[in-house]
Design a protein around this ligand. Structure first.
Ligand SMILES: [Zn+2]
Length: 118
């Protein structure tokens, strides 16, 4: 039941390819990617917890930490995103949606706030 509610409330993100760099002001619910020669090498999004931080995700295998981005079905990141410092947000990004890990609190509220764009 809770899982079903989440899938209704949790909004889907847009996947946007940025030109040369990430925009100075990033829209919410958007995963930006930078690509060169058809190869995505960096991604960024505003933290879905609502803290307004920008999360930069390296997609290059020879740098750490590194995420793998599957662009199908709205985009999926491997592994999970975990901000151990600062807000402590920990989530999986799968098929364009944020799935909070079990250790996170107020997740329904966060999803609702994301959907309302605040
Ligand atoms: Zn955050």
């Amino acid at each position: 039941m809770l899982q079903r509610m989440r899938s209704i409330i949790g909004p889907r993100f847009s996947l946007v390819e940025a030109e040369d760099d990430f925009p100075a002001v990033m829209r919410k619910r958007t995963l930006y990617v930078l690509a060169e020669d058809g190869q995505v090498w960096a991604a960024a999004m505003t933290c879905p917890c609502g803290c307004k931080a920008i999360l930069h995700l390296n997609l290059l295998a020879d740098q750490r930490p590194c995420w793998h981005l599957n662009l199908r079905d709205g985009g999926s990141l491997m592994p999970s995103v975990w901000r151990k410092d600062h807000c402590g947000a920990h989530f999986w990004f799968r098929e364009g949606r944020v799935h909070w890990t079990a250790d996170q609190r107020n997740t329904l509220w966060r999803d609702l706030r994301l959907r309302l764009g605040r």
